[in-house]
Design a protein around this ligand. Structure first.
Ligand code: ADP
Ligand code: MG
Length: 741
């Protein structure tokens, strides 16, 4: 060994004795690499060209595209044109007419400023420019390669403005071209882009078409109003369902901005969010803002459709960093969080108040019997209740993050039920529930008495409202999440005070209130396999008295289970129609409601849920019945500590001695052999699972519970006194203590 090694080393390093030479990259290589960043795909080239035309003051811009932009992109405008003497350097890198000193960046109004776009295009495609300036008799045409003119500009006939043609994009970047060719082509993206520009720049006419087509796919004429522009581009059905929205903030300590726009109302139905966002007239994306608005929609409207949003935000230019992204697509904003919160609040109150003049369209999608029936029910004049009385009836399956749904460990002692979990496309169910909602609507019209259902729900909502603690409401709405204090309490800050909040009680109440607000309008969580009530109820009953190992008791338990199953089967129709809890005739649970979007209950608690559905519901009186079912749901969906003990705390012991305290026997798995494993053996798999469960829970508390609590929770008076919220410190006092130290 000792002898061999040095020999080997000499052998293998012989080739590396001399370090490789560092060389300056060829200018053209550098430029091509940079160009690949600025022009990522055909749509980014179109964006740069259209922005140049807008910067040139054009009032008419037309785009022609061939092969998704890979063969040809041609953008023609009627802007101010380009001077003859500038043509030689037009396509060199960093040549621009828009910026001269770095400080100008702070106040720049034009969209371009880097002088990189045209140059980049010449490194990855063939660029030809035809342009004429005011007062000239003829224009010039010139082609560029790698930043330089290929020949002297040639005089030619031209109409006012500039036409830029990019051919064979990425001809010299084989990999990029291949991926773009194999991925679905860029034309839809280009259409989307032009549509956005057209909606925002209403004094400019846009057209966009495929090469050789005689019809344009987007065509707008300069119009007088934004809504007209939206109607032209996105259609009457979109424009009809929009509401104007505006808000602003003028507090230098928080944020300064103004927002105007249009957002969709409850009648609008779409599978994908359309968000057209301009910040200081720049078309940008802001994922955080988009998500924040989606949260409001999905939670406010029962049949959560994705929204349509056109939004224009103006803020002092020194608050926007436009130079963050090579394509200037994402921007970063000063005080982004507070800005987003203000906008969220505005959207929420707009949605809540939009209930007064609403009509509902109920349409069966999958049933030929019902397709021709459309019913209109006018909305109630009660903004408070908009959350449940509004909405369209089209059912969509709810997206649940995959990692939340399936546990992959087949030997999972607790989590067998997770195998039932599925983000079901649930087409069967969609059909049925579309049918069900049409039937409901038809029945409601025929027999108005049945809408009496809603009276007790109105009353329950009224009870919640009249029981609000206003001080707590303010805390809940304006608090900041600090962290988890222990397994049950979270720490939050409101102004200068710190509070402990019981996560379990608060989430229980929140879920209860949401269950009532969404009453009879739930989306469904489909279980991939029916979960047998018999087994689940037995599990719950056994859990109830763990001490007793007496098998005689089992008979009694069987009986209790059977009685419960009968009862639940009897109530199945109602549970399904009003609460989306589906129990089939064989006595299996197959479906659960979505109570809070992005949140699924911990399936380890299904047995207890079913048991208390049987035991704790008052089936006699309508109002109490709805209330108790909602409470049982609330309890199930609340954010409990995971069943597995906390591995980050004292619970770690559990994973060392698991075999003795094995919970597997509770699930009837007798195969585990206690002699197999020594005392200190840690069950790593189970430990890892527990760690995930606990980490996930913390994430859910911060990112799902807190935001939805701010929006929807109406904290009751008792929460102020029963230990749900406890003030632990006031920061002023703490500062005073620190000062002394
Ligand atoms: P930037 O827009 O960042 O200045 P570009 O590479 O996009 O850089 O364009 C370089 C320059 O070419 C611009 O500053 C502008 O003066 C000129 N230019 C580009 N396109 C047009 C156009 N359609 N009409 C008039 N001038 C244009
Ligand atoms: Mg530009």
């Amino acid at each position: 060994m000792e002898i061999d090694e040095p020999e080997q080393a000499t052998d293998s390093t012989e080739a590396r004795v001399e370090p490789p030479r560092i060389r300056r990259l060829d200018e053209s290589v550098v430029n091509r690499i940079a160009a690949g960043e600025v022009i990522q795909r055909p749509a980014s080239a179109v964006k740069e060209l259209v922005e140049n035309s807008l910067d040139a003051g054009a009032t008419s811009i037309s785009v022609v595209v061939k092969d998704g932009g890979l063969k040809l992109i041609q953008v023609s405008d009627n802007g101010h044109g380009i001077r003859y003497e500038d043509l030689p350097i037009l396509c060199e890198r960093h040549t621009t007419s828009k910026l001269s000193t770095y400080e100008d960046l702070q106040t720049i109004k034009s969209m371009g400023f880097r002088g990189e776009a045209l140059a980049s295009m010449t490194y990855v495609g063939h660029v030809t420019v035809t342009t004429i300036t005011e007062g000239q008799l003829h224009g010039y045409r010139v082609s560029y390669r790698d930043g330089v003119m290929e020949h002297e500009p040639r005089p030619c006939a031209a109409v006012r403005g500039t036409q830029i043609m990019v051919e064979n994009l990425f001809y010299n970047m084989i990999a990029r071209r291949k991926t773009l060719q194999s991925s679905s082509d860029d034309y839809p993206k280009i259409i989307d882009l032009i549509s956005r520009f057209a909606v925002h720049n209403i004094s400019v006419s846009f057209s966009c078409r495929k090469h050789g087509a005689n019809r344009a796919d987007v065509h707008t004429v300069a119009s007088c109003s934004r809504l007209d522009a939206i109607r032209t581009v996105y259609g009457v059905s979109v424009a009809r369902d929009l509401m104007e929205i505006t808000t602003s903030d003028d507090n230098p300590a928080r944020s300064i901005f103004k927002m105007d726009g249009f957002i969709s109302n409850a009648n609008y139905v779409a599978k994908k969010t359309t968000m057209i966002l301009f910040i200081n007239d720049r078309l940008v994306e802001c994922t955080a803002l988009k998500r924040a608005i989606e949260v409001v929609y999905s939670a406010t409207l029962p049949k959560a459709s994705k929204p349509f949003i056109y939004m224009l935000i103006s803020l002092p230019s020194e608050h926007v960093d436009v130079n963050m992204h090579p394509t200037k697509r994402e921007v970063s904003l000063l005080n982004q969080e507070s800005l987003i919160e203000t906008i969220q609040t505005a959207v929420e109150s707009k949605l809540m108040n939009s209930n007064t003049s609403r009509t509902f369209q109920t349409q069966a999608v999958n049933s030929s019997v019902y397709t021709s029936q459309t019913s209109h029910i006018s909305g109630k004049k009660d903004p408070e209740n908009s959350a449940f009385s509004s909405g369209t009836s089209r059912t969509k399956s709810q997206k649940v993050p995959v990692h939340k749904m399936v546990r992959t460990d087949a030997r999972d002692p607790f989590g067998r039920l997770h195998a039932y979990w599925q983000d079901g496309p649930a087409s069967q169910h969609e059909k049925k529930s579309d049918l069900a909602s049409v039937r409901n609507a038809v029945r409601l019209r025929r027999n108005p008495k049945e809408s009496a259902d809603l009276t007790s729900i109105h009353e329950l909502l009224g009870d919640i409202d009249s029981n609000v603690h206003s001080g707590l409401l303010d805390i809940v709405k304006n608090c900041t999440y600090v962290g988890l204090a222990d397994e049950v309490f979270a720490l939050l800050q409101h102004n200068t005070h710190l509070y402990l909040m019981n996560v379990v009680s608060v989430s229980k109440e929140l879920m209860y209130q949401q269950a009532i607000r969404r009453f009879s309008h739930f989306n469904a969580i489909q279980l991939s396999e029916p979960a047998p009530l018999q087994e689940l109820l037995m599990m719950a009953l056994k859990e109830e008295d763990l001490e007793s190992v007496d098998d005689d008791n089992d008979d009694l338990k069987q009986k209790i289970a059977e009685v419960n199953i009968e009862l639940l089967k009897q109530k199945a129709e109602m549970l399904d129609e009003l609460f989306c809890i589906h129990i089939d005739q064989e006595g299996n649970l197959t479906r659960l409601p979505v109570i809070l979007d992005q949140h699924t209950p911990d399936m380890d608690y299904v047995p207890e849920f079913l048991l208390s559905l049987g035991n704790d519901v008052d089936w006699e009186n309508e109002k109490e019945c709805f209330q108790t079912i909602s409470a049982v749901l609330g309890n199930f969906y609340a954010i409990h500590p995971p069943v597995l003990p906390n591995p980050f705390g004292s619970g770690i012991q559990f994973y060392k001695k698991r075999r003795e305290a094995s919970p597997t026997k509770d699930l009837g798995n007798e195969s585990a052999n206690p002699e197999d494993v020594g005392e200190d053996d840690v069950d790593h798999e189970l430990l890892a699972e527990a760690e995930t469960a606990w980490a996930q829970r913390e994430w859910t508390i911060q990112h799902v519970l807190f935001p939805s609590m701010r929006l929807f929770l109406k904290p009751s008076k008792s929460m102020a006194t029963n230990g749900t919220f406890v003030q632990v410190a006031s920061l002023e006092k703490l500062y005073r203590i620190f000062e002394r130290c």
